[in-house]
Design a protein around this ligand. Structure first.
Ligand code: ADP
Ligand code: ADP
Length: 225
């Protein structure tokens, strides 16, 4: 677990200013949702925290480290994407263990971590299946499993539920919340869905036009006129 601290972060794409000076403090174990209309910069900010986008100026700190110059693999984060990005030629177990193999973890350690994640996510009976043999919700669980096995300090979610139908979205919402209550991993979750933000967040960060417009608990924001 770790806190995340963003200090006057900016991102320019040429002359276009995508992130215009964002500062926020995310506590250890907190579940923070970044919300706002399409194009407001949510995904860019998340990708800057992940290290998938460079930062034009300002600082991003994860735990005690300023990570501005670190590649994603050295940031102690794991990201879950909207399109799952599962490897089609690998089984569920291989998909979940792959990043650990790349980091040369020992096979017994990988197996133990994959088993633990499978237990947490209810995937025990699906470990030998291939992605195309899974439902949308099961694929999303495998994508989360790949993040869990790494036991990162911070989970980053980029619109993870937008490819699911409405019923499954509601179910996965509570599964992700239960996961957070169980693991207490610091989480930053991007969505354009206000209901998702209201039901999942400890703290909501409302973005608009590359800046933070409002920040507070769901109740704080709900109570405002
Ligand atoms: P959101 O996630 O809130 O929908 P994004 O962070 O994806 O918004 O995009 C914020 C703004 O930055 C948008 O106007 C988008 O067009 C622009 N943008 C994102 N990536 C690039 C890029 N690689 N080059 C130029 N502009 C970009
Ligand atoms: P490879 O053929 O590449 O060695 P494996 O089938 O051995 O692939 O599995 C890839 C990774 O996933 C391994 O590191 C292994 O520990 C893990 N793994 C495979 N099957 C299981 C399983 N049923 N339960 C838990 N972990 C598994």
């Amino acid at each position: 677990m770790a806190n995340v601290s963003v200090n006057d972060a900016r991102k320019d794409y040429g002359a276009f200013k995508a992130i215009k000076g964002v500062s926020m403090e995310i506590e250890n174990g907190e579940f923070v949702v970044l919300v706002g209309p399409s194009g407001c910069g949510k995904s860019t900010l998340l990708r800057m925290i992940a290290g998938l986008e460079g930062i034009t100026s300002g600082a991003i700190q994860i735990g005690t480290h300023v990570v501005n110059d670190l590649p994603p693999k050295d940031r102690d984060i794991a990201m879950v994407f909207q399109n799952y990005a599962l490897y089609p030629h690998m089984t569920v177990a291989q998909n979940m263990g792959f990043s650990l193999r790349l980091k040369a973890h020992a096979t017994p350690d990988i197996k133990a971590r994959v088993d633990r994640a499978a237990r947490i996510l209810g995937l025990e009976s699906l470990l030998e299946r291939y992605p195309k043999q899974l439902s949308g919700g099961q694929r999303q669980r495998v994508a989360m499993g790949r993040a869990i096995v790494r036991d990162p300090a911070v989970f980053l979610f980029d619109e993870p539920l937008s490819n699911l139908d409405a019923k499954l979205r509601v179910q996965m919402r509570s599964e992700i919340k239960e996961l957070h209550q169980r693991l207490k991993t610091t989480t930053i979750y991007v969505t354009h869905d206000q209901i998702e933000a209201m039901t999942m967040a400890d703290k909501i960060v409302v973005m608009k036009d590359g800046k933070i417009e409002q920040m507070g608990s769901p109740l704080d924001l709900y109570d405002q006129p």
